[in-house]
Ligand binder design. Structure first.
Ligand SMILES: *[C@@H]1O[C@H](CO)[C@@H](O)[C@H](O)[C@H]1NC(C)=O
Ligand SMILES: *[C@@H]1O[C@H](CO)[C@@H](O)[C@H](O)[C@H]1NC(C)=O
Length: 501
């Protein structure tokens, strides 16, 4: 099945072919391929010293079996995006020949799975992949070899787990599965030494009750110290989860995370940070990152002790479904939420608005001031459309504040700059500025949906807007965070309406 590079006829044919063609050095994988092209210069950094598991194909462009493997290998690379690295080394290149022979490559293609050794700084473990040359078989073999830094925590260990290194952030996935998913393992690798990862089975009832977990899977983030737990509401997809977890610390700078569209922004931020913090950043670039970072070579060595704190405002959370929007902001007892409506493919204005919001949120968080939550809501989501239309919003980007409990909403008008948005937010905090009555359709729909969950009929619609007293807003438990199994005060409040009047 191999193309042997010792085969003289093939070698001769290859030389003839290579000299005949002008594109001598062209590898088999293009720049846009999901397969990362690795060479002797960057092999160490990208593969050998990575915290990730990689599969590396050693190939020659003239080899027929290599060409046959290409579609399956690219498919495997797509499937493993964000979970493991899928790389290829062109052994026909002079500069790579030594690497290929050092790796014991005797024929093409040779696939090897490389993963970090158990001890930090130890040599990577390299194994030949001898399995079937299909995407599925390759993916399964690689997933199997992704190092697992996720601890399984049972009821009997939970107290110890929570109190050990209690200043360190912890992420707990509550799951009904006994195995640890590749996705969770990959996130644990991204946040190695930044966030401690655990998984708790649904049958560990003491722990699930302690956290008030009702559905699986559910991800909870404990920022550390006595900060309140944060509940992840989004999809179980890597880019969104990475974003959520980045609230408490930056992921490690390994270039393997999912190359999803939504991630571009944070990747750029990462790069900016790296400029400040990674003095040894080599001038080589990889095909998973753009070339900009190559300028970032000269940095004072003192920056090496990189602090694990985020200096860049983390992006605000996105609300992914209509149900999540109801749960967070539009159920009859929901307090103030600021919603940034924008399409998924953010334009300039959306970027500006979202950056302003994330900066304001970050500023308040740093000052440990309570602030109502901000959410990004995607207008392309059809389920969200009734809300958008119900408020008669038409702009590409719209900022609104809603208070479902008190039945009002406010509309932001301005240039979305940080100062302008901030003064709007401050006005809401101070209960200044114009309010509109939240259309009954919106609340009405919401009531329909949430009626099953509430005992009594709720008549929030009747609220008189003018008498709305908001002065106490700052002291109210308005927060994105979520605390153990404790119901929030307003959730236990049987007659929310009377409180208003
Ligand atoms: C965290 O640890 C410190 C000292 O190790 C301890 O005083 C404190 O009570 C712990 N907090 C919690 C919530 O366990
Ligand atoms: C690998 O993980 C360690 C923490 O154990 C981290 O300091 C380092 O930056 C990571 N390496 C890369 C390349 O991300």
């Amino acid at each position: 099945m191999h193309c042997f590079n010792l085969n003289p006829t093939v070698a001769v044919a290859a030389v003839a072919l290579l000299t005949a063609l002008p594109t001598v050095q062209a590898g088999m994988y293009t720049k846009s391929s999901p397969v990362v092209q690795v060479d002797a210069k960057n092999y160490d950094r990208l593969i050998a010293k990575s915290n990730y598991t990689s599969v590396v194909e050693f190939y020659a462009p003239w080899c027929g079996h290599c060409k046959n493997l290409k579609p399956a290998y690219e498919k495997a690379a797509k499937n493993l995006d964000g979970l493991a690295k899928v790389a290829a080394v062109n052994c026909d290149e002079d500069e790579n020949k030594q690497l290929c022979s050092m790796m014991g490559v005797q024929g093409f293609p040779t696939l090897k799975i490389v993963r970090p050794g158990k001890k930090r700084g130890s040599k990577p473990v390299v194994e030949d992949y001898q399995g079937e040359r299909s995407a599925k078989a390759i993916v399964n073999a690689v997933v199997d070899k992704i190092n697992n830094h996720v601890r399984k925590v049972a009821d009997k260990d939970i107290d110890t787990f929570l109190s050990t290194n209690n200043e360190t952030a912890k992420a707990i996935l509550f799951t009904d599965k006994g195995t640890t998913s590749a996705l969770l393992r990959s996130l644990a690798i991204d946040f190695l030494d930044v966030i401690t990862f655990a998984q708790v089975r649904d049958k560990e009832s003491k722990t699930t009750e302690l956290f008030g977990i009702e559905s699986y899977p559910t991800l909870v983030l404990l920022p550390g110290g006595d900060k309140e737990a944060l509940l992840y509401q989004g999809e179980m997809k890597k880019p969104a989860m990475l974003k959520f977890l980045s609230q408490v610390g930056e992921p490690n700078p390994d270039p393997a995370p999912a190359k999803s569209k939504g991630d571009k922004k944070s990747e750029k931020k990462d790069k900016k940070d790296k400029k400040d913090k990674a003095p040894k950043a080599s001038s080589e670039t990889t095909s998973t990152t753009t070339t900009e970072s190559s300028e970032a070579t000269e940095v004072p060595p003192s920056a090496e002790s990189k602090p694990k704190v985020i200096e860049v405002a983390p992006p605000i959370a996105a609300i992914a479904s209509a149900q999540a929007l109801i749960n967070e902001c539009l159920h009859p007892k929901a307090h103030i939420c600021v919603l940034a409506f924008a399409p998924v493919a953010r334009g300039e204005t959306a970027e500006k608005a979202l950056t302003s919001l994330s900066e304001i949120a970050f500023k308040h968080a740093q000052a440990e001031r309570h602030l109502f939550p901000f959410y990004e809501v995607h207008t392309d989501n059809e389920a969200i459309a009734p809300v958008f239309k119900g408020l008669e919003l038409t702009g590409e980007v719209e900022l609104v504040a809603v208070n479902a409990k008190r039945g009002w909403w406010r509309h932001y008008e301005g240039d979305f700059s940080s100062t302008s948005v901030e003064s709007w937010i401050d006005a809401i905090r101070m209960n200044e500025g114009p309010k509109n009555k939240l259309p009954e359709a919106i609340i009405g729909e919401v009531i329909q949906e949430s009626k099953t969950a509430t005992e009594k009929p709720v008549e929030t619609v009747e609220v008189k807007v003018e008498e709305d007293v908001m002065i106490e807003v700052d002291t109210e438990p308005e927060t994105t965070s979520w605390q153990g199994a404790e119901p929030t005060p307003e959730a236990t409040d049987a007659s929310p309406k009377h409180e208003e009047l």
